[in-house]
Ligand binder design. Sequence first.
Ligand SMILES: Nc1nc2c(ncn2[C@@H]2O[C@H](COP(=O)(O)OP(=O)(O)OP(=O)(O)O)[C@@H](O)[C@H]2O)c(=O)[nH]1
Ligand SMILES: [Mg+2]
Length: 359
Amino acid sequence: MKTGIIGLPQVGKSSLFRILTKAHLSASSNPRDAHIGIAKVPDERLDKLAAMYNPKKLTHASVEYVDLGAIGQEALKESAYLGHLRQVDAICHVVRAFEDDAIPHVGPIDPLRDIKNVEFDLMVSDLGQIEKRMERVEKDLKKMRSADLEKEFELLKKAKAHLETERPLRELEMTPEDKKRFRGFMFLSEKPILYVLNISESAELGKDLENAVAKYSLAEVASRPNAGATAICGKVEAELAEMSDADAAEFLSSYGLNDSGLARLINKTYSLLGLISFLTAGEDECRAWTIPVNTRAVNAAGAIHSDLEKHFIRAETIRWDQLLEAGSEANARAKGILRLEGKDYIVQDGDVMHIRHSG
Ligand SMILES: Nc1nc2c(ncn2[C@@H]2O[C@H](COP(=O)(O)OP(=O)(O)OP(=O)(O)O)[C@@H](O)[C@H]2O)c(=O)[nH]1
Ligand SMILES: [Mg+2]
């Protein structure tokens, strides 16, 4: 699962990318991969379990970010840019809200305008692709009838009409069958999107971050299907990234913050991608495993190892906070709060699981 960082020129995309992925970029990494990086998903639940188990190894979930460079109509005509953007599963659109006369921006600071302009470019690109495909399908249908192609044509027509009302494809209602039909096109305006306001530093940054979405009138666009908004202060985050944990905590509280905007951003990306974590806990390792929402226990086991999926018997399951409260797995079992779940159990975010298997 990859998330592409896009935005107009000089809004802070690369700065955000660097602070998101800093700890995991080695100097020796292949320069061709230099714009792909991994960010650790902060998880307080996992940290608390680790404090209880004191494991040899602690493994957080991760998300992958790609720094795609400045977007615009020209960039969207370049096949390399377009190719990279099509490959991502979700988009982080960095929007400039910070004031700094030294850094140029097209016109005055206006996040909503920038969001609409970029959205428009994404939709124009999709529309072009749809029109081209419709011509092709029409030609083929003249040669030979095909129920499948007819269905595709109808769907393309519906998507075209939707785009022509200036609404992105992520707001188009589609059946699972439609979605499958569209998968191969990798439409840009279909991807879930998180608007990231990059705001100025200020004495009351905690409050300013909280109020930013409302202040810049993004509440409406953020409440649309498959969209969200959050704010960060790139400048402060860059300073935080250089600090030890203790210094960072002190620094945060001096700004009236209790967590970094970065942590919130990563968590929002994760849920935008439709992902949740289940946990495994023990003295060897405490670990978060990534699965899509609505995953059955047997498939979740497969996230750990394919053998566990094949030879799945049952999953001993408990919510992370219940386990923490019980103090140990043995206590939880004695108290009867350790559940035995079967293959079809739908795994919940924050479940701690122990997979019993016959392999
Ligand atoms: N004042 C201020 N400057 C920032 C902030 N974030 C980034 N900058 C500055 O803005 C300039 C551009 O930052 P980048 O992170 O390179 O922006 P970008 O979006 O990757 O730029 P392009 O890739 O060239 O489109 C740099 O000089 C940064 O130091 C911020 O939050 N506040
Ligand atoms: Mg850049």
